[in-house]
Design a protein around this ligand. Sequence first.
Ligand code: HEM
Length: 179
Amino acid sequence: MGPLAALIGDWQGEGGLDTAFSHSKQKVLDTPFSEKVAMKPFGPVDNGRQHLYGLDYKTAMWRGDEEDPFHTEVGYWLWDAATGEVLRGFVVPRGITVLAGAIGVAADATEFTLSATTGGELYSIAENQYLRANASTVSYEVTITSGDDTWSYHETTMLRMKEFPELFPHVDHNTLTRA
Ligand code: HEM
């Protein structure tokens, strides 16, 4: 499982923070959140000579004591030991799919960064028509840091939004411990 071995299991984190433009408040908000993540290992998946191992994952985030999560993702992490390629393919249920990746990651790496760009040749982002016109994702980057029974992510999603002349950095981070 290479660097994905440290991510196997059920996780929770209370100290998440999201920075996004709130349409209801018409301003940029920093929102604390709690999170539950499940990562289940599988493999091998063979593409000819390529042998991938992976994790299927689900994550959900809540603000305060609200019942329904305000953000969810489903997807897969994949590891190709032959090339040190790590992939994260996932869906954000706003009409966005992401395949982010990196090549040359060490099997025992405790920190690695994956990225994707819209229109990217290899690692790319697809989105719906409304988002393309109003809040288009131009790039996505996530850095994972793993330790003993804990891991963290820090991710930046750059958005071209109607509300701002410059690209807007939509930022999320959290630290997870075993549930
Ligand atoms: C921890 C992960 C994430 C959380 C908690 C989160 C949360 C949010 C929140 C609260 C908003 C503001 C909605 C509103 O009030 O109008 C938002 C907007 C948005 N998010 Fe995320 N997000 C996360 C990750 C992502 C990722 C990975 C992507 C894409 C790759 C993404 C794409 C977007 C887009 C395109 C919008 C703009 C929607 C609009 O302005 O109409 N988000 N997100």
